[in-house]
Design a binder for this molecule. Structure first.
Ligand SMILES: Nc1ncnc2c1ncn2[C@@H]1O[C@H](COP(=O)(O)OP(=O)(O)O)[C@@H](O)[C@H]1O
Ligand SMILES: [Mg+2]
Length: 264
């Protein structure tokens, strides 16, 4: 049973990256052919195809992660060196399988290209909802999370779930940029008719030569990064008729500015 699972997991560890690589190449080719102009319709069609494949892979992968977890628990008290070695291998495969799940989830979020279902919202309330669950985990990592919302903010037409996803990608990056802890500030203010949101961290910052690459799909400076977070965030914000920009100082921190069209 153990050996069978290990073999199955090992096979998957080869198949999934290969499938992702092919899908990724397809996305990159589309991007080059289009030049700077993004053809979201074509990307959507490609997304549907790749998304189908990724879903097919996700189901058996989920079963595997579950069973690897059970196997790890069964072997949690190794009786000899051989069992200890087996346990450590199961742990490695489980970790890598979970990473594959993350890669597939990020890929799906990027290619899905779901059209926003817009509803009028007070965006500060949506930010607070995200912070309700993000805040505690950030504080546990010695990150002080603060907000500052100006009065009389304009309401905006947003797809709540998509906007939350865009925000979470930014917050996660800030958290990852402050491994020793730091400060995360989220401000919202009116800028003419638009809503301006600033997300500022005191993390490691981004060098000027990397600053131009961070929104590119698959650009990542992290060992285990997928490089799809900011590409997804930008697509979501632009699908809302908004913009996102960045300023950063290496060693000091980074500030992302989102501008969303206001409703009133
Ligand atoms: N707040 C931040 N501070 C420092 N670097 C950042 C920040 N946000 C993004 N980056 C840089 O942009 C890259 C791309 O981010 P992203 O698209 O989310 O991919 P990933 O997080 O998987 O690397 C990161 O690898 C990192 O180099
Ligand atoms: Mg990220």
């Amino acid at each position: 049973m153990g050996l069978f699972l290990l073999g199955l997991a090992a096979g998957l560890l080869i198949i999934v990256p290969a499938a992702c690589f092919i899908a990724r190449r397809a996305v990159c080719r589309t991007k080059n052919a289009q030049g700077a102009k993004r053809d979201s319709e074509r990307l959507r069609a490609l997304g549907r195809l790749a998304g189908g494949l990724v879903h097919e892979i996700k189901n058996p992968l989920g079963t595997m992660v579950l069973n690897l977890g059970l196997l790890r628990e069964d072997w949690s008290k190794p009786r000899d060196v051989k069992e200890k070695r087996a346990l450590s291998r199961v742990e490695i495969i489980e970790k890598e399988a979970k990473r594959l799940e993350q890669i597939l989830d990020d890929f799906l979020a990027y290619v899905k290209g779901k059209k926003p279902e817009l509803q009028e919202h007070q965006v500060a309330e949506v930010i607070d909802e995200v912070l309700d669950f993000f805040g505690p985990q950030a504080r546990a990592k010695k990150i002080e999370v603060r907000t500052n919302y100006a009065p009389h903010l304009p309401k905006c037409l947003i797809d709540r779930d998509l906007f939350k996803q865009a925000l979470i990608n930014l917050l996660r990056n800030s958290q990852e940029a402050m491994p020793q802890g730091g400060e995360l500030m989220i401000r919202a203010a009116r800028s003419n008719k638009a809503l301006r949101i600033d997300i500022t961290d005191t993390g490691e910052g981004i060098t000027p030569e990397n600053l131009g690459k961070i929104f590119d799909a698959y650009y990542s400076s992290k060992k285990a990064g997928t490089g799809l977070g900011l590409a997804t965030t930008r697509r979501i914000i632009e699908d809302h008729g908004g913009t996102i920009s960045v300023q950063s100082q290496p060693g000091k921190g980074t500030n992302f500015t989102i501008s969303l069209p206001g409703k009133d």
